[in-house]
Design a protein around this ligand. Structure first.
Ligand code: G3H
Ligand code: ZN
Length: 282
C-alpha cells in the first residue's frame, strides 16, 4: 500500500532500525524491489531520482512506481530522490509521491535553507528530506568520486532542521554515491555529534559498498533511512549479462529479465535484513 514517508520513518524510529530506500529506473526494477519488500514483510521507500524520471519519462515511471506501491502488500513510500528543481517537486507531489528529497547541498547554508522552506510548502503533509554537507559521486552511475565535498557540520544541524521543517536529515560523513575507492571511511564521531542535536531522524546516502559493521554503527548512531542504488544496478547488470550469454539466440525476454529481477530481489532482501535486523543473511 502507498503510505506517507513519515509513517515509514516513524516505524524505523520506533524500532531503532533503518528502512531501506531503493532506487528504481523502470518497471522491472520496481517489481523486483517490491517483491523484496513483500518477501521480507518490510516497508520500503521506492525512490525515483531526477535522472531516472528523465530517462524513463516522468509520466510513465511515476505511473509505474505509484501503481506498484498501491498494489504492494507492505507499506511503500514513493520517493522523489535528489530533486534540485522546484518544478519537479511540484510535479511529483501532484502525481502522488509521498516523500521528497530536496538536494540543496551544493548551495550555501542560507540558500539550502531557503530552498527547503519553499519545498516544505510545496510538499505539504508528505515527508521532506534535506541534506547538509555533500555526498560525492554520481547518483546514476558508478565512477569518479569528488573527495572535496564538505561534511555535515554538527553545529549547523539543529538550526538546519528547525528552520526548514524537514522530516529527515541526510548526512555527509564521508559517504559517497557509486563505488568507493578503497575502504569507505565514515566519521562516526561526527555522526554521533549530529545525532545528539538533530530533532529529526538521519539518512545515509551512498550505502553501496559500506561494510555491514559500519552500517550497523551508523544505525546505532541514529541513521533511520539508508539509500541503496549502485549495488542494485550491479546485481541487475551482472545477472543480465549472464542471462544474455546463456540465451543462445532464443531472445527469451521473460527468462533473461526475470533472472535479473530475481538477482535484484535477492540483493534488496539482504539489505532490508541488514538494516532492520542487523544481519545481511548472506
Ligand atoms: O540516493 C541514492 C543513494 O544515495 C544511493 O547511493 O548508489 O552509492 O548506493 P549508492
Ligand atoms: Zn543519494
Amino acid at each position: 500500500m502507498l503510505v506517507n514517508g513519515r509513517e515509514i520513518l516513524a516505524w524505523a524510529v520506533a524500532r531503532r532500525c533503518a528502512v531501506a530506500s531503493f532506487n528504481t529506473y523502470d518497471l522491472e526494477l520496481t517489481r523486483a524491489l517490491i517483491a523484496a519488500a513483500e518477501a521480507e514483510q518490510a516497508p520500503i521507500f521506492l525512490a525515483a531520482g531526477a535522472g531516472a524520471l528523465e530517462f524513463a519519462g516522468f509520466t510513465l515511471l511515476s505511473a509505474v512506481v505509484l501503481a506498484a506501491a498501491e498494489e504492494a502488500t507492505v507499506p511503500v513510500a514513493v520517493h522523489l530522490d535528489h530533486a534540485t528543481h522546484p518544478a519537479l517537486v511540484e510535479r511529483a507531489v501532484a502525481a502522488g509521491f509521498t516523500s521528497v528529497m530536496v538536494d540543496g547541498s551544493a548551495l550555501p547554508f542560507a540558500g539550502n535553507v531557503a530552498h527547503l522552506q519553499a519545498a516544505r510548502t510545496a510538499v505539504g503533509p508528505w515527508a521532506l528530506e534535506g541534506e547538509l554537507g555533500g555526498v560525492g559521486g554520481s547518483e546514476d552511475r558508478a565512477g569518479s568520486q569528488h573527495s572535496e565535498v564538505p561534511m555535515t557540520d554538527p553545529d549547523e544541524a539543529a538550526a538546519f532542521a528547525e528552520h526548514t521543517g524537514i522530516d529527515s536529515l541526510a548526512v555527509a560523513i564521508g559517504n559517497a554515491h557509486g563505488v568507493y575507492k578503497g575502504e569507505p571511511r565514515l566519521d562516526l564521531d561526527r555522526l554521533a555529534a549530529i545525532e545528539a542535536v538533530s530533532p529529526v531522524p538521519l539518512v545515509l546516502h551512498g550505502a553501496s559498498g559500506i561494510p555491514d559493521g559500519l552500517i550497523a554503527a551508523c544505525i546505532e548512531r541514529g541513521v533511520r533511512k539508508i539509500n541503496v542504488n549502485t549495488e542494485l544496478r550491479r546485481a541487475w547488470f551482472e545477472q543480465l549479462a549472464a542471462g544474455l550469454a546463456l540465451d543462445g539466440g532464443r531472445y527469451d525476454l521473460p527468462a533473461v529479465f526475470g533472472g535479473a529481477m530475481e538477482s535484484v530481489t535477492g540483493t534488496a532482501r539482504s539489505f532490508i535484513r541488514l538494516f532492520r535486523d542487523g544481519a545481511s543473511g548472506g
